[in-house]
Design a protein around this ligand. Sequence first.
Ligand SMILES: [Zn+2]
Length: 113
Amino acid sequence: MSFYQDILGFEKISEWPAGAIFDIAGVEIGLELKAKPEICLLVEDVDKAYQNLKDKGLKFVAEPKDQPWGGRTAAFVDPDGNEFEIESFQCKVCGKTCQSYRELLEEHLRKHR
Ligand SMILES: [Zn+2]
């Protein structure tokens, strides 16, 4: 992770053993470190984004699914085989849909749990 922070200058918002969330000039992305890093993007509605991208011919490797951490995710691969995950998070406590990872971490995960 230090590569992204120290060399590329990404601002780290949060991290966990297998990944981190960065702010790159105002754009937030998550990175899951697997054999090949997986890029995670927060969207407002995973099912809508899933359908939209599927209609454009994108190949999904994971259908939209609720996750134990409270979010809903789906995964696809780009033409070069890079894996992307789209995720959305609706807070079970206040019912709000997150617009950013910062909001997710600072508002909902920290205060509402
Ligand atoms: Zn909340």
